[in-house]
Design a protein around this ligand. Structure first.
Ligand code: NAD
Length: 367
């Protein structure tokens, strides 16, 4: 098949890990006889430096014309001025909103070989296999806000953010979670803060109503503070976790430790289905940030990005076999003992970012 893939490396280690993602996709194209055309565009701090805009119009246009997008990460200390009007993260949030990427899927699966790489006890995390379905274009990240500089009351600054959800926004993401549960272990845990927040009470009502359409799926409601605790106390009990934008952001960083490292978790951000596309459009990215503490050292773990390319091929290109081949190659690299610094243990072989990518690409072409 022919596909156009836009790459948005972004900032910091984003450029390092996306290079390995592209290497993987090129190897798949070679091994399976596909033609993937790559177009690179700017986002985040590097886009601000080049154009003044964290999400240039040209980038949006390229993404809209593509079959799928592979993104690295945005942000870094050089753009961290809290009083700045323009910030790299606006590029990411703008991209999600402009492209209608409302469904963020974050699978958290412990690779058996990394059982001892986590700071959590092997007995607790063995067998972890869950997926977080995070609402991505609503909630507190997109509600009305006031910056501290805008208003002063009695000489003191004040600021606010607002969590807003509409029933249709909750309904469509709930359907994504329930449909996924049907293909997995038929369990949805909906995470909210309904004891305090009105938006969460609406969330709970709508999710309960949607659940009635899926009699084979068991729904439980969990308050977000309790969910944070249960995630590290009994993570194997979870199958599909359905949650709002900010709660999902926080819980998935916590959940990354169940898989050993931030550098292991891929994600897919999907738009609604459209009749002019055979498959849902999506942006695929590791869940981690630009990691300024390790940038330029060649130690970033590229596996989250490489696993994101598998999600890209499965969801946006309909290439399930190719996706599985990439996942198998990642498992093979871990089984062969190759480890980047973040997941290194004694007795394994330390490799850098590029070496890990080379090994996986080589394996894909050889198989
Ligand atoms: P981070 O995810 O960049 O890093 C957290 C920790 O995990 C760091 O110690 C880092 O070295 C480590 N880490 C992350 N990815 C790794 C990888 N692939 N391999 C090995 N180690 C890895 O979070 P942060 O430090 O809080 O944020 C840094 C910048 O990234 C900030 O500007 C933040 O706004 C931005 N950020 C961007 C995104 C995104 O683009 N999606 C997400 C989160 C944070």
């Amino acid at each position: 098949m022919k596909a156009t893939i836009v790459t948005l490396p972004g900032d910091g280690i984003g450029t390092e890990v996306v290079a390995e993602g592209v290497k993987t996709l090129r190897a798949v194209a070679q091994a399976f006889g596909h033609q993937f055309a790559f177009r690179e565009a700017l986002i985040g701090g590097s886009a601000m430096d080049a154009t003044g805009d964290p999400l240039p119009e040209e980038t949006l246009a390229a993404c809209r014309a593509a079959d799928a997008v592979l993104l690295g990460a945005v942000g870094g200390p050089q753009w961290d001025d809290p009083t700045a009007k323009v910030r790299p993260e606006q590029g990411l949030l703008g991209l999600r909103q402009e492209l209608g990427l409302y469904a963020n899927l974050r699978p958290v699966k412990l690779h058996e070989q990394l059982l001892h790489a986590s700071t959590l006890k092997p007995g607790v995390i063995a067998g972890v296999d869950l997926i977080v379905v995070r609402e991505l274009t609503g909630g507190i990240y997109f509600g009305p806000r006031q910056e501290a500089e805008e208003v002063q009351t009695a000489g003191e600054m004040s600021a606010y953010d607002t969590m807003v959800y509409t029933a249709p926004e909750v309904r469509r993401i709930a359907h994504v979670a329930f449909r996924l549960a049907l293909k997995r272990r038929n369990k949805v845990a909906s995470v909210d803060k309904a004891n305090v927040l009105a938006a969460s009470r609406l969330w709970r009502r709508v999710v309960t109503a949607v659940a009635a359409e899926y009699p084979d799926v068991t729904l439980t409601h969990v308050l977000v503070d309790a969910a944070a605790m249960h995630l590290i106390r009994r993570p194997t009990d979870f199958d599909v976790i359905l949650t709002a934008n900010m709660f999902g952001d926080i819980l998935t960083d916590e959940a990354s430790m169940l898989a050993g490292s931030m550098g292991m978790l891929p994600s897919a951000s999907l738009a609604g289905e459209r009749t002019d596309r055979a498959h849902p459009f999506g942006v695929y990215e590791p869940i981690h940030g630009s990691a300024p503490d390790i940038v330029g050292q060649g130690v970033a773990n590229p596996l989250a990005t490489i696993l994101s390319t598998a999600m890209l091929m499965r969801h946006s290109l309909g290439l399930a076999e190719e996706a599985r081949a990439v996942e198998t190659a990642v498992e093979a690299a871990l089984a062969a003992g190759y480890r980047t610094q973040d997941i290194y243990e004694e007795g394994t072989t330390l490799v850098n970012t590029g070496e890990m990518g080379d090994w996986i690409a080589g394996r894909l072409v050889r198989e």
